[in-house]
Design a protein around this ligand. Structure first.
Ligand SMILES: Cc1ncc(COP(=O)(O)O)c(C=O)c1O
Length: 359
């Protein structure tokens, strides 16, 4: 009998999988600031919708193309978008997989300015494509010329970027779309915490795909919902490659209701922005280097001459506070990515930081 391992595709066997942030068992004491979830619950109407879901006929498959979610998304987001320009994903990671399957042939180039979301490299590799990272410009600007020079099929830009939280100029994204012979994916996972967004670019740039997620600003990570906006011809192709029933009935119901009550989220986002400012200033006062962020997290460089990034991670964890550290990227070794939690959670974080700084 041959070892079944010899049937595994070589590129799968050779790669390490994506490592998601730790999801510790919930306890009352735990302060979870490591995976950029929303610290607040979604509006009560969303949970009520889930309760109504129990009355659904569970024997039946859900709507294969999440029609009501797509319609509600267009009503909320405007910009002349029509439901046939929207594809719904089981989280935006599902949309990323669909994008890879739709556009990337073995050997095709995929490029992104980095550091950025590490899943792009993993998915490219699974698809047999070649991933290349180009550095951000010194001030964080979009390296448009380097991205063009990469001559890739697919270009990823995260705005606000993860894990840095910075945003690039929308004009530069538009220039990228105009200049490349390929698809530009604008990943707007954190855009509801930012000052502006790119949906207005879609009308003039048919090679642009914009993706959003309900996991962060919409406080629904457990339900796995993402939205992709694009030229309707691209949407037809994306529908072909997805799992036929990729969004379960409960998630469709909750997503639709969340979109219908989109305005209920505004106070939550305003509070997160206010807490982001407070944490940024408080950590700067304590010797951390913290660039401005437009996301629901900050990237804080730990004070020079004290504990290393990984030591901070461990010490905070021992005291019940989980943050994110990217050990495998030397550029991020001295940095912690900290999700903006509730005010009281950040109060506690600052108390613990003070204790640790005092030794
Ligand atoms: C930049 C970026 N894109 C996409 C995702 C995926 O989000 P989800 O699959 O939960 O929608 C994340 C999650 O952390 C992210 O940081």
């Amino acid at each position: 009998m041959m070892d079944p391992m010899c049937f595994v595709r070589a590129n799968v066997a050779a790669m390490s999988g994506y490592v998601p942030g730790e999801q510790p068992a919930p306890t009352r004491q735990l302060i979870k600031l490591n995976t950029n979830e929303n610290p607040e619950e979604p509006p009560p109407r969303v949970k009520q919708a889930l309760a109504r879901g129990l009355e659904l006929d569970l024997r039946r498959y859900p709507d294969p193309s999440a029609t009501r979610v797509r319609e509600a998304a267009c009503r909320v987001h405007g910009h002349g978008l029509a439901p046939d320009q929207v594809v719904v994903g089981n989280g935006s990671d599902d949309l990323l997989t669909m994008i890879m399957r739709t556009f990337v042939d073995p050997g095709d180039g995929v490029v992104a300015p980095g550091p950025t979301y590490t899943l792009y490299a993993v998915l490219t590799r699974l698809q047999g494509g070649c991933f290349k990272e180009v550095p951000w410009q010194v001030e964080g600007g979009l390296p448009v010329d380097a991205l063009i020079a990469a001559r890739a099929k697919l270009h990823f830009v995260v705005r606000p970027n993860a894990p840095t939280g910075h945003v690039v100029a929308l004009d530069e994204v538009a220039r990228l779309c105009r200049s490349v012979q390929g698809i530009v994916v604008l990943d707007e996972a954190y855009v509801d915490f930012a000052d502006d967004h790119g949906l207005g670019l879609l009308a003039d740039h048919p090679n642009l795909v914009i993706i959003r997620t309900f996991s962060k600003s919409m406080a629904m990570a457990a339900l796995r919902i993402g939205l992709g906006f694009m030229d309707r011809r691209l949407a037809v192709e994306m529908h072909k490659v997805r799992d036929s029933y990729n969004i379960n009935a409960f998630s469709q119901l909750a997503a639709q209701v969340a979109l219908e009550h989109h305005g209920d989220y505004r106070p939550i986002w305003d509070e997160i922005r206010a807490q982001r400012r407070r944490l940024t200033l408080a950590l700067r006062q304590r010797g951390f280097v913290v660039p401005d962020s437009q996301a629901n997290f900050i990237l804080a460089q730990v004070p020079v001459g004290g504990m290393t990034g990984v030591e901070w991670l461990e010490q905070l964890k021992k005291r019940g506070i989980h943050v994110r550290h990217f050990a495998s990227d030397p550029r991020l070794a001295d940095k912690l990515r900290i999700t903006i939690g509730k005010g009281v959670e950040l109060d506690r974080l600052l108390v613990v930081v003070d204790e640790l700084l005092a030794g």
